[in-house]
Ligand binder design. Sequence first.
Ligand code: FAD
Ligand code: UDP
Length: 401
Amino acid sequence: MNQTYDALVTGAGFAGAVTARELAERGGMRVLLLERRSHIGGNAYDCLDGSGVLIHQYGPHIFHTNSRRVFDFLSRFTQWRRYQHRVIAKLPRDNPQVVPGEKVTDGRFFFPVPFNLDSLKAAFGSGEGERLGRKLLDAYPAQSQVTILELRQNPDPEISALADYVYEHVFVHYTMKQWGQTPEEIDPNTTARVPVRLSRDDRYFQDAYQGMPLEGYTRLFEHMLDHPNITLELGTDALKRLELSDRGVALDGTLFEGPVIYTGQADELFGFRYGPLPYRTLDFQFETYPQDAYQTHGTVNYTVDEDYTRITEFKHMTGQKLPGVTTIMKEYSRAYTGQEGEIPYYAIINPENNALYARYKGEADQFGSLHLLGRLAEYKYYNMDAIVDRALALCDELLGK
Ligand code: FAD
Ligand code: UDP
C-alpha cells in the first residue's frame, strides 16, 4: 500500500484517541488523527481558567467504571485522584410541601441524590422516614435500587404517595429542564441512571473504580496520543478532507485503503440527506468567586426551581488546592438547532430518532472500511468508560485479536 497513513481517525475525544493509540501501538499502524477543535480530549477536555482554576469546559466529567480492562488501559496514561461523587438536591425555600408555620430542618431543602433512605428521613423527618424506609425495603426485598418509573407502578397507596413525592421533588422538573419532556416521555434508561436507592449509599456512582485523573483529562489525552505512529492535526475539519463515493472513502482526493474511524455526527457525514438528528445542547455559565468554596458538594442539582439543572464546583472534584478563589458552572439545557458554535451534547433517544439514525448507519455500512464510533457517530449515550470499552473492542476486531 503506497500511502502515508494506514488508518484515519476523525475526532480526538475518547473514541478517537483510544482507537488511534491502539491502532498505532498494538497494530503498528501509522495513524492520521484529525480534530476539528483546537484541542484534544473532546468533551472531556479540561483547562485552567483565567483565575487558575481547573475547569471542565464542556461539563463536569467524573470517571467511573466496573471494567478492569478500561481502568487498566487508562491507568497507563494517568494516575488517579481518589474521588467519589456525591450530589445533593436543592429544593426551593418556599417548598410547597412545607406547611406554613411548620418547623422544618434544612434537610427539607437539601437531600442526597440519588434519593436514598437518608433522603427519606431528610424529607419526612427521622421517625416517619425510618418507617417508610422499612416499608420500601419490605416491598423490594431482593433489590438494592428501584427506578422511579418502577416505583410509580407500585399499587400500595403509601409507596405510591412516596413515589409521587420523589417524582415531584427529584425527577419531573429536572427532566423537563433537561429534556423538555417528562420522565415518561423520554428513554426510560435515562432516568434509570439515577434510581431510588434502597440503602444509605449516597454516592452518585457505585462502580468498582472511581476517580479523577490526577493531572486532569487533557494531560491523560496528551499521554495517550504521545506515540510516534500518531500524527495529530488540530483545527482540521475532516469533512473537508474526506469524500465518500461509489469508489470508497477518499482522503484529500485519493482513495484511502485502510480503516476509517469516524467519531463525529452521523448526519453531518452524509450531508444531512435524511434530515438532522435531534439533539439537546447545553449552555454553560461559569462564575468565579473570591472565596475558598461556593458549595458543600461537587454538584448540587436544582430539582424543582431555577432555570439551570445543576451547579458544579470543580475544586471539589479535581481536589485543586487554590485558596481564595473558586469557579462554578451552571448548566442550562435547550434544543440543539445546529447553529454555528452550538454543540450537540445529548442524543434524544426514541424510536423515531433511532429510525432516522438507522438510515445514516445504513449509508455508512455501504463502506466496508468506515466505522462509526462514539456518542455522536452512534447517536447513543456513552459514559467515558463505555466508549473506551467500545473503542478497545473495535480495535480487537480490526486487529484480529
Ligand atoms: P466527544 O468527546 O464528543 O469527541 C468527539 C470529537 O470529534 C470532538 O472533539 C469533536 O470536535 C470531533 N469531531 C466531530 N466532528 C469532526 C470532524 N468533522 N472533523 C474533525 N473532528 C470532528 N461521562 C462519564 O463517564 N462521566 C461523567 O461524569 C460525564 N459527564 C458528562 C457531562 C456532560 C455535560 C456530557 C455532555 C457528557 C458527559 N459524559 C460523562 C460523557 C462523555 O462526555 C462521553 O462519554 C465522551 O465524551 C464520549 O467521547 P466521544 O469521543 O464519543 O465524543
Ligand atoms: N434526573 C433527574 N433529577 C436529578 C438527576 C437526574 O430528574 O436530580 C434525571 C434526568 O432526566 C437526567 C437523568 O436522570 O437527564 C440522568 O441523570 P444524570 O445525572 O445521569 O445525567 P447526565 O450527568 O448524563 O447529564
